[in-house]
Design a protein. Structure first.
Length: 130
């Protein structure tokens, strides 16, 4: 036997590589086309998503502006109602306090921020209560 097993093996591998070379070349071409198609689809998807996000942001700003415009008269009306109620409550309080006041000395401060009721001679004291 003039050729060794190792040599036969290497020759067979060389033949196999030569047979596969056109397939590898075609696969390489298809792989490049596949990669290019994937990149193109990814770029298109990114552009579409960016466009949709921009549209959503614009729509959100529009809706927010419309909501603020619709709420402005309601806020003004609520503020006016609160001012009217405050004025009415102050007037009612003034009427109640004014109708319950009797002429006489002003109440003396107690030091707690609350004025003490004026003492009259007819009110009982601890000495007269006993």
């Amino acid at each position: 036997m003039s050729t060794s097993m190792s040599q036969i093996w290497h020759d067979s591998l060389d033949e196999l590589e030569q047979a596969v070379a056109p397939i590898k070349h075609l696969f390489g071409q298809h792989q490049a086309a596949f990669d290019a198609a994937v990149k193109d689809l990814r770029d298109k998807a990114d552009a579409e998503v960016s466009h949709l996000v921009g549209d959503a942001e614009a729509a959100g700003k529009t809706v927010l502006g419309e909501a603020e415009a619709a709420a402005a008269p309601l806020v003004t009306e609520a503020e006016q109602a609160a001012a009217d109620l405050t004025h009415t409550a102050a007037a009612d309080l003034h009427d109640v306090v004014g109708s319950n006041s009797t002429p006489g000395p002003a109440p003396e401060p107690t030091g707690s921020g609350v004025a003490a009721a004026p003492q009259s001679a007819e009110q009982s004291t601890p000495e007269t209560a006993a």
